[in-house]
Design a protein around this ligand. Structure first.
Ligand code: FAD
Length: 438
C-alpha cells in the first residue's frame, strides 16, 4: 500500500455508495491502478439493495437475490468492509468503525463520503416496536412474504374464528410509494394464493391502509393519488386517510377513527429519517437532522467531506428554498456529480453544482396494475405497470441484474408465481434443536 495515497472512505453501500464508487473506478482509473488513491466502503451488507424492487420481491415476482447487487463483484477496485461507521471525527479525519463481528477500530481518511441513507422514522406508539415490521430491507420484504403466506396456512388450519380473523387482517401504515406498493403487491399475491386454499377466500381477508394525511402516493401527484385510492378500494382494500395508528400493543390495533381490531401483520412505512450515524461526530446537521450539504454535494463549512442521498439535506436548485426529496431519482444523479466533484477536487479543478428537476414517479400496484406520472404524462393500469417495469429494468444496476430480472419476469409469464411460505428459514435450528433435546 502506498502510504502517501489519498484514502477515500465511503460510509454506506446503497444507491449513493455504489454509484459514487462505480464512477470513481472510471474517472480515477489511473490513480487507483498506480495506488495514489484508494477507496474503502463501510457497509453492513455485502450488497446494494435496489429498493424499488422490494415490493416485487415480497410478492414473489422477483427472486430476492436478483434485487441486490453484490458490491465486491461490481466494485473490484474498492475494499469493502462489513460493519457500521459509528462516529465521524472530521476534525481528525477519522471514522470509528464497528465490524459486524469483532472489536471496533478507527480508520483515517483524506476524503469522506456520507452515503448512509435513512432508517424508518417511528413514533412513540405503544406496541409499535414489538408488533410492527418496516419495509426497507430485503430481509424485511422476504420475512413479510413468508409471514403473509404463513398466515393463510394458519387460517386454513385453524377452526378458531378469532385466530383466523387476526391472521387474515393485514395493516400497512404510511401511504408513500413504499407503503402503497408493498400493500398492493402483497394483497395481489394473497389473492393469487387464495385459490389453492379450501377455506380462505379473499372475502375472509381484511387489508387496511392507514395514512395520517388526506392523500396517498404524493410522488405521482394529487389526481393520480386519488385514482390509486379508488383502485385500491375497488379491490376491497380499506384506505383510511386522515387516520393515525394510536396503539398496537400485542397486535391489538387502535386507530384514531375509533376502529379497533386484532392483526398479526402491521407494516410501518410512515417516513424515514437520516441514519443515526449522523448524530455522532462533528459534521453539521440541518433542521431536519440531515447532513448540511451544499449544491456541490460538499458538507457545508468543512473541507473534504461530501454527502448525498437520504442522509443529506441537499438544496433543490430547481425549487428555491426547498430540499431534494429522499428518493432514488436524486440519489443516483447526486452520486455521479459527487464522484465527479471528488475527481475535480483531487485535480484542483472547480466543482460543479447538482441540479435536477424531479420528473415524477411510477409505481406498481400488483401484476398488470400500476400508476405513473412522469414528465406530466399520466398513465393508469396496464400501460403504467409496463412503464414501471421498463423504467426499473433500465435503472437496475449492471447487465447481469437486468438479465436475471428479465428472466424472472419471463418465467412468470409461463408459470404461476410460487405462493409457498418458507418461514422456517427464519429459525433454521428449531428442527435440529428439537431432535437433539428430545
Ligand atoms: C420499498 C421502497 C421502494 C422505493 N421505491 C422508490 C422508487 O420507486 N423510486 C425512487 O426514486 N425511490 C424509491 N425508494 C427510495 C430510494 O430507495 C431511496 O431514496 C434510496 O435508496 C436512497 O439512497 P441512499 O444511498 O441515500 O440510501 P440507501 O440506498 O438506503 O443506502 C444506504 C446504505 O448505507 C448503509 N448504512 C446505514 N448506516 C450505516 C453506517 N452507520 N455505516 C455504514 N453503512 C451504513 C445501509 O445499510 C445502506 O447500505 C424506495 C424505497 C423503499 C424502501
Amino acid at each position: 500500500m502506498n502510504r502517501n495515497s489519498k484514502h477515500i472512505v465511503v460510509v454506506g453501500g446503497g444507491y449513493v455508495g455504489l454509484y459514487t464508487v462505480l464512477r470513481l473506478q472510471r474517472t480515477l482509473r489511473r490513480e487507483l491502478r498506480e495506488g495514489s488513491v484508494r477507496i474503502t466502503v463501510l457497509t453492513p451488507e455485502s450488497h446494494m439493495t435496489y429498493q424499488p424492487f422490494l415490493p416485487e420481491a415480497a410478492a414473489g415476482n422477483l427472486s430476492p437475490r436478483h434485487v441486490v447487487v453484490p458490491l465486491r463483484r461490481v466494485l473490484p477496485k474498492a475494499t469493502i468492509l462489513n460493519g457500521k461507521a459509528t462516529k465521524i471525527d472530521h476534525a481528525a479525519k477519522r471514522v470509528c468503525f464497528e465490524p459486524n463481528v469483532g472489536a471496533p477500530y478507527e480508520l483515517d481518511y483524506d476524503i469522506v463520503v456520507m452515503a448512509a441513507g435513512s432508517v424508518s422514522r417511528t413514533l412513540p406508539i405503544p406496541g409499535l416496536a414489538d408488533a410492527a415490521i418496516g419495509f426497507k430491507t430485503v430481509g424485511e420484504a422476504i420475512a413479510l412474504r413468508n409471514r403473509v403466506l404463513g398466515l393463510l396456512d394458519r387460517a386454513e388450519s385453524s377452526g378458531d374464528e378469532a385466530l383466523r380473523r387476526r391472521a387474515l387482517t393485514f395493516v400497512v401504515v404510511g401511504g408513500g410509494f413504499a407503503g402503497i406498493e408493498a400493500l398492493a403487491e402483497l394483497e395481489d399475491m394473497a389473492l393469487d394464493a387464495a385459490r389453492y386454499y379450501h377455506d380462505v377466500r379473499r372475502e375472509d381477508m381484511r387489508w387496511v391502509l392507514v395514512e395520517a394525511t388526506d392523500r396517498i402516493l404524493p410522488e405521482v401527484g394529487p389526481e393520480m393519488g386519488m385514482w390509486t385510492a379508488e383502485q385500491l378500494r375497488e379491490r376491497g382494500i380499506e384506505v383510511k386517510m386522515k387516520t393515525r395508528l394510536e396503539s398496537c400493543e400485542g397486535g391489538l390495533v387502535t386507530l384514531s377513527d375509533g376502529d379497533e381490531f386484532e392483526s398479526a401483520t402491521i407494516v410501518w412505512t410512515a417516513g424515514v429519517k437520516p441514519s443515526p450515524v449522523v448524530n455522532a461526530g462533528d459534521l453539521p446537521l440541518d433542521e431536519r437532522g440531515r447532513i448540511k450539504t451544499s449544491t456541490r454535494l460538499t458538507v457545508v463549512g468543512v473541507q473534504d467531506a461530501f454527502a448525498a442521498g437520504d442522509v443529506a439535506g441537499v438544496p433543490d436548485m430547481t425549487n428555491p428554498g426547498q430540499y431534494c426529496a429522499p428518493n432514488a431519482q436524486h440519489a443516483v444523479r447526486q452520486a455521479k456529480v459527487l464522484a465527479d466533484n471528488i475527481t475535480r477536487r483531487l485535480r484542483g479543478q472547480e466543482m460543479v453544482d447538482y441540479r435536477h428537476r424531479y420528473v415524477g414517479s411510477v409505481a406498481g400496484l400488483g401484476l398488470y396494475k400500476g400508476v405513473a406520472n412522469v414528465y406530466g404524462v399520466k398513465l393508469r393500469g396496464l400501460p403504467a405497470w409496463f412503464m414501471h417495469r421498463t423504467y426499473h429494468l433500465s435503472r437496475v444496476p449492471t447487465l447481469n441484474r437486468k438479465v436475471r430480472v428479465m428472466a424472472d419476469w419471463t418465467l412468470a409469464l409461463f408459470f404461476k408465481r410460487e405462493t409457498v411460505s418458507l418461514g422456517e428459514i427464519e429459525a433454521p435450528r428449531e428442527e435440529f434443536r428439537a431432535a437433539a433435546t428430545a
